[in-house]
Design a protein around this ligand. Structure first.
Ligand code: ZN
Ligand code: ZN
Length: 437
């Protein structure tokens, strides 16, 4: 047994901390590789909103940490140098996490040097400064684009009107969508007629450009005819479902289930929309006429909704917990299920869809607990049991790294920093490709 002075003993303790930390950080790299693959292959898509939500549920990470793991895992897919530096214990996860917020394949090399030289605090400050430059450049570009919006309308020598312009991307998207809708209205039907009539059309079908011109004319006429009113968002996205009462009770029953424009939706979807909706029930006579309006509305009364929100606090699906939700009738009211607290469970929109349309099942145990099952019947526990780990995880980790040929020692993750002050402004000027020199 060698004899150590207290100072030497503490040094050794410090070395041990540094070495084990480096081992753990290095082990984060293969973990992120696994997460990236799991994410890309959609392994989490078994009732969870995202890979991060799955991680939070399965591994017990807090939501912010889970989101960061997924983000960093994705980023490292295109940043091999940073990934390698993490894998050999050279850069800590904290440094890699910060660097991946700004790194691109072009700047990766330079930022890796920053990570090697500085402490985690230095790296954080440089990344913040880097982002500021990025944001300024981005805002400048955005302002430039916005300033460049223009629409020129003028008459040509032959009397035709020429339209030429540059629109902001989101405005352009609306225009393209509107033109497509107008084109469809103008040409879909005539096309169908031509196909079914099996007679050659009298003249050449209009070209795409001609169709666009006609569509624009229709848009202008429609706007002037209906008055220029973009409507409230609620009106624009309102969905009206017409569903026959028997279909609501039994999805296999014959009957219609269509949106206002005639689009057919599945019976399951109409059941979900009816499960918690403010709506007016219209009764149709067999020939389709509306015979009765508002005879029955099925909404959860405000007091009950408050009680539901208070009891459930958020979506009850395992691992979700989103604070806002819809009241799901465990037994659908079309089957006589009562609108009472014990027959309701709060589910977010995503998970309300999961139980109505994707085959997930939920039922209440006699004790009041909810039980969720996957479509294959597998029980989704509220908190999954932790994974089995070896009796001595530290030794197992060391052995694994040794087998990989990784040489990790107490100085593997030491920054090159010698204690001099950090001039972030200078560092950014030198490093950032867009920095104003
Ligand atoms: Zn429901
Ligand atoms: Zn949910």
């Amino acid at each position: 047994m060698e004899l150590l002075t207290p100072a030497e003993d503490l040094d050794r303790l410090g070395d041990e901390i540094a070495e084990l930390s480096a081992h753990i950080e290095a082990a984060t790299a293969p973990l992120l590789d696994l997460i990236r693959e799991f994410d890309a292959r959609g392994g989490w898509n078994t009732g969870f909103r995202s890979c991060a939500a799955w991680l939070g549920w399965r591994v017990g990470l807090d939501p912010g940490a889970a989101r960061e793991r997924v983000r960093v895992a994705r980023a490292l897919g295109t940043l091999p140098r940073l990934a390698r530096a993490l894998a050999c214990g050279e850069l800590s996860y904290a440094k890699v996490r910060a660097l991946t917020r700004v790194a691109t394949p072009e700047t990766e090399e330079r930022l890796l040097a920053v990570g090697r030289a500085g402490t985690a605090a230095h790296v954080e400050r440089i990344v913040r400064g880097w982002r500021r430059v990025d944001r300024i450049a981005e805002a400048r570009e955005d302002a430039q684009r916005h300033k460049g919006r223009a629409l020129h309308v003028y008459q040509d020598e032959d009397g035709m009107v020429v339209v030429r312009g540059r629109l902001a991307p989101e405005v352009g998207a609306v225009l393209v969508q509107a033109l497509a809708a107008a084109r469809e209205t103008l040409y879909q039907r005539s096309h169908e007629k031509n196909v079914s009539a099996e007679t050659p059309p009298m003249e050449e079908p209009p070209t795409r450009a001609q169709q666009q011109a006609d569509a624009l004319a229709l848009l202008a006429e429609t706007a002037l005819h209906h008055g220029i009113d973009p409507g409230t968002p609620g009106e624009r996205y309102q969905v009206v479902v017409h569903v026959d009462a028997p279909v609501l009770a039994d999805p296999d029953a014959p009957g219609q289930s269509v949106l206002e424009d005639g689009t057919h939706v599945s019976a399951e979807t109409s059941r979900r929309l009816a499960c918690d909706a403010t709506r007016v029930v219209m009764r149709h006579s067999p020939d389709g006429r509306v015979v009765e309006v508002g005879a029955r509305t099925r909404t959860i009364p405000p007091a009950l909704r408050r009680a539901l929100q208070h009891r459930d606090r958020g979506c009850r699906f395992p691992g979700c917990g989103l604070p806002f939700g819809q009241g799901h009738h465990l037994r659908h009211w079309a089957h006589g299920g009562p609108t009472t607290l014990s027959n309701l469970a709060l589910l977010c929109r995503r998970h309300h869809r999961a139980v109505h349309e994707e085959g997930y099942q939920v039922e209440r145990e006699p004790g009041g607990e909810l039980r969720f099952r996957r479509p294959d019947g597998w029980l989704l526990p509220e908190v999954p049991p932790p994974a089995a780990i070896p009796a001595d995880p530290v030794q197992a980790l060391r052995a694994r790294h040794e087998a990989q040929g990784l040489r990790i020692h107490p100085r593997t993750a030491m920054p090159g920093w010698l204690g001099e002050g950090l001039d972030v402004g200078y560092a950014i000027d030198v490093l950032h490709p867009l920095a104003a020199r």
